[in-house]
Design a binder for this molecule. Structure first.
Ligand code: FAQ
Length: 333
């Protein structure tokens, strides 16, 4: 955005002239959003726009790092060296996505320590999907195909998000997610075409991951508290239900090619709508998982807190190294 490079704290509100300035800044912001210009870190932005972005980006970052756990569970038991190498690379990618997103949130003035603190104390959320267990090797395939598939469907439009650093982070994230989705699909295809026991394992994984994947898109539009405002600000480009429908339409032919069925007897093509109709989602389960009562909530957060504590020495060493380096630079300057 070309106008109003001004940190929010310097925007005066308390005088008549200050109010006029704020109104001018607000209309410049609205005009930039309306014209599909990017809002950059040093541009003026409404406080609520900033806090909405911090909330969503933090939840997204937390999801990426908590999301490493379910698949990491299978690294030591991957059935071949090739599968192990692929899975390790994928789990590392998720860590990288978390780091881009924490960095992007820092451009809004958020502190990474504070965000992690909020995750560890349950004051900020992460995606519901990562509170389900990975019971068999086929779950790695189902996560890649369905969970990464849902993530791409949700995140491709975020590449056009009005906030520049978030939109740019999403471009790279989506490229990597696309590789993840294909590896999951290929893994499931190998199992589906394998022995009857392998085929059954793949089907069982899809049966367990299908409905939670549909929940990833968030509550129905009528119950989505943030969608309307986020869509006005062009943070979100489509509603939760629109993206969920798009995902169902993408998955149906892919399931057919995989030789697997989606566990929904009400799933059928609706000629009139030009979309698939699908069965009712159990929203009671979704809200219960968000409240902390999913099958793995406790385990995920305990493991995350432990990893953070065990990594304290790395953070301390990195900080000490940075201080030493800057002192050395000052001494030689
Ligand atoms: N889980 O008003 P809305 C990944 C909360 S992909 C938990 O509709 P909004 C890749 C929501 O925060 C997964 N909470 O909210 C990967 C709000 O609560 P609040 C992460 C949810 O923000 C793959 C309340 O419900 N992706 O990690 C969920 O407008 C494999 C009302 O909801 C992103 O975060 C949920 N599923 O829309 C990694 C994408 N849904 O904050 C490893 C970016 C909603 O008021 C392995 N985020 N809530 O307390 C978004 O696009 C949006 O935030 C939505 C929710 C669409 C998720």
């Amino acid at each position: 955005m070309a106008t109003a490079h001004q940190p929010p704290s310097t925007a005066p509100h308390h005088t008549a002239a200050g109010a006029a300035d704020t109104a001018a800044l607000e209309s410049a912001f609205d005009a930039a959003v309306a014209a599909d210009e990017r809002i950059e870190p040093r541009d003026w932005m409404p406080d609520a726009y900033r806090s909405t972005l911090v909330r969503q980006m933090a939840q997204h970052a937390h999801s990426e790092i908590i999301g490493m756990q379910p698949e990491a569970n299978w690294i030591t038991r991957a059935p071949s060296l090739r599968r192990k190498a692929i899975l390790m690379a994928k789990v590392q990618d998720e860590a990288g996505h978390g780091l881009y997103l924490y960095s992007a949130a820092e451009t809004l003035g958020a502190s990474r320590d504070d965000l992690l603190d909020k995750l560890h104390s349950g004051r900020q959320k992460y995606s519901s999907i990562f509170n389900y267990p990975t019971l068999t090797w086929a779950d790695v395939g189902a996560i890649g195909w369905l969970v990464d598939g849902a993530a791409i469907t949700n995140q491709v439009p975020l590449c056009r998000c009005s906030y520049g650093p978030y939109a740019r982070a999403m471009v790279r994230v989506c490229k990597e997610e696309s590789f993840h989705q294909r590896q999951g699909y290929e893994l499931l295809l190998a199992l589906s075409r394998g022995t009857p026991a392998q085929h059954a394992m793949a089907q069982d994984a899809v049966d367990r991951w299908w409905w939670p994947s549909l929940m990833m898109f968030g509550p129905p539009d009528a119950e989505s508290s943030h969608s309307e405002q986020s869509m006005t600000w062009k943070i979100k480009r489509h509603s939760n239900d629109e993206l969920r429908q798009r995902f169902v339409d993408i998955c149906v032919p892919q399931a057919e090619s995989l030789g697997l069925t989606l566990p929904d007897p009400d799933l059928r093509w609706n000629e009139e709508r030009g979309h698939h109709d699908f069965g009712a989602i159990d929203w009671t389960e979704f809200w219960s998982v968000l409240k902390g009562n999913g099958p793995c909530n406790e385990q995920r957060i305990t493991q995350r807190r432990r990893a953070h504590e065990e990594g304290a020495w790395v953070r301390e060493a990195a900080a000490a190294y940075a201080t030493k380096n800057s002192e050395r630079k000052e001494a030689t300057a």
